[in-house]
Design a binder for this molecule. Structure first.
Ligand code: NAP
Length: 521
């Protein structure tokens, strides 16, 4: 089983030793703790010996990063670093991590460490390479990996910094290579949000590394993009991941706020389904993501969000009738045993179905006026969804031409604010599909209280926060309200069914979403 190595972020060894979270982590057989000797201001041989004893050397990964590779101790030369690492070898630490660059310039470094280790099974040597500026070419990385394999390394580590998701392709291709010359465990990391996938999916590649890095809860992390150990262990089921598990994920930009990973991973775990669901921050071409990136991580199902719902269409081999009418997809599913992608839109049925249910059940939308605020992707899904259930659609949008275009396609009526107020009695339901009121602009609302039609059902597709300003105003006005959560769970549940062939555990998904809501939402 692969472990999770939690990086100590503490300014001193004393602070580490008094941190109850790390004391508990050091006792957990699923975990390792990384000591970053270059960052402790109270580092001394005595303090290090005490720390190794207190936490247990068999649980520790010891690093004294050189300054050129991000080390926090500008005066530490190789002699000083070697002194401390030799001490860790002597104490029987699980792993010692030192740089490929140090090895290249200082042969003594590795020979002294090996000499000290002689006859012992531990520590294992991690030889690491970091590029904080970008991602070298595949040829450069392959050459580097070959040289590192030929060194004293027990584990080869390469960490690069893609600024965008697709920049990491050379590293990803190298991770997939099954060349017989690559025999040693390979710890490949893409730093930053664009490389989040690399921190979770290690076990799915050939020559998997013995662990991945994580940060403590509430800690900043020693490298950008590090998840917390609890996220890895509980949400992503890191310890259970198997090489043949399918990968699912949501692709969008921004993506950090997305609650889809939480909801889908809860559903996968609850139904004992093999698979893991990740966020992919894609600042780039979604078609290239589907064609070049997805096969390398064995992606089987994709949720699509802003701004890729339309631009991803050329990557789809078959598009459902509903998605074609809406002109946007939110779900891609890989056809079994083929490279073909089927795409659909689960927003329309989830949105219209939630509204119908709020009005009392099937058939309740027939002949009713539904006012849609907004004319973007969600508005299109809603307009077609409620129209199919017999509703009369009115559309109000900031940009009138866009509202007119949608109104024409769906045989709806375009209305301004005056008409909303003067003809309020005709309106049965109001649906907000603009981002107004969404975190962090929680005080915004697409309608003022006096503009909300009395007696209507007010549905806000925004689900973060759960109780938006519009819904608060609607309640004050005496209207019944419908938060976006139900639609979100509904569209996710249908995706889950398409991804796994199983019925979605609706209650589990809803509870996961509610638990993630900030207090007061
Ligand atoms: P979109 O295609 O970008 O459309 C956004 C719409 O909102 C456009 O009509 C835009 O008007 C309008 N808008 C944006 N900012 C505005 C402002 N400051 N004032 C007034 N109108 C403004 O986005 P989308 O895909 O439709 O998503 C919109 C929202 O729907 C999301 O933020 C999300 O909260 C929600 N949503 C929820 C679910 C769910 O499952 N609950 C699913 C999908 C979406 P212009 O035409 O004038 O630009």
């Amino acid at each position: 089983m692969q472990k999770i190595c939690v990086a100590s972020h503490h300014p001193s060894l004393e602070a580490l030793l008094t941190d109850s979270e790390f004391k508990e982590l050091a006792k957990d057989p699923r975990m390792l703790v990384e000591l970053r000797l270059d960052q402790y201001k109270d580092l001394s041989t005595a303090a290090l010996r005490t720390t190794l004893r207190a936490l247990g050397p068999e649980r520790l990964v010891v690093t004294f990063r050189c300054h050129e590779e991000g080390g926090g101790h500008p005066e530490a030369d190789d002699t000083l670093r070697l002194k401390y690492l030799l001490l860790a070898v002597e104490a029987g630490a699980a792993y010692i991590d030192f740089e490929w660059r140090t090895l290249e310039r200082c042969v003594e470094f590795s020979s002294r460490l090996m000499e000290k280790r002689s006859g012992q099974a531990v520590p294992k040597f991690i030889v690491s390479f970091h590029d904080f500026e970008g991602v070298p070419s595949l040829e450069t990385l392959r050459d580097l990996r070959q040289k590192m394999e030929a060194s004293c390394a027990d584990v080869v580590k390469v960490a690069v910094r893609p600024s965008r998701l697709l920049d990491a392709l050379p590293l990803l291709k190298l991770m997939r290579e099954t060349d017989s010359q690559f025999k040693k465990p390979f710890l490949a990391l893409a730093m930053g949000e664009a490389g989040f996938w690399s921190r979770v999916l290690g076990p799915l590649f050939p020559n998997p590394a013995p662990f991945t890095f994580a940060r403590g809860e509430g800690a900043p992390g020693t490298a950008p993009g590090q998840p917390t150990w609890r996220e890895l262990a509980e949400m992503y089921r890191f310890g259970e991941l198997q090489a043949d598990w399918p990968v699912f994920g949501v692709v969008g930009n921004p993506i950090a706020h997305s609650r889809s990973p939480l909801m889908h991973n809860a559903a996968l775990a609850n139904t004992h389904t093999a698979g893991v669901y990740l966020p992919f921050k894609l600042d780039g071409d979604p078609v290239a993501f589907v064609r070049d990136f997805a096969p390398l991580i064995h992606l089987q199902g994709i949720s699509v969000t802003i701004p890729h719902k339309e631009a991803i269409l050329p990557a789809c081999d078959e598009v459902s009738a509903v998605a074609r009418r809406i002109g946007a997809v939110n779900t891609l599913v890989k056809r079994r045993d083929s490279d073909q992608w089927f795409a659909t839109n689960t927003d329309a049925e989830a949105a219209a179905g939630s509204l119908e249910e709020a009005l009392g059940g099937k058939g309740r939308l027939t002949g009713k006026v539904v006012l849609i605020l907004g004319a973007g992707g969600a508005a299109r899904a809603l307009a077609f969804g409620v129209k199919d259930k017999g509703a009369e659609v009115w559309i109000h949008n900031r940009t009138r031409e866009r509202a007119e275009k949608l109104a024409q396609e769906v045989a709806a009526r375009c209305v301004d604010k005056e008409a909303i107020v003067s003809q309020a009695a005709q309106i049965t339901a109001v649906v907000n599909t603009t981002p107004l009121g969404m975190h962090p602009n929680v005080e915004a609302s697409p309608l003022e209280e006096k503009e909300i039609p009395k007696g209507s059902v007010v549905f806000d597709t925004v689900y973060n926060p759960l109780r938006t300003k519009l819904l608060q105003l609607a309640s004050q006005r005496g209207c019944s309200t419908l938060p976006g959560l139900q639609m979100f769970v509904g569209q996710g549940a249908e995706q889950f069914r398409l991804f796994t062939g199983k019925d979605a555990p609706l209650v589990v998904m809803k509870v996961a979403m509610e638990a993630a809501a900030a207090p007061g939402e």
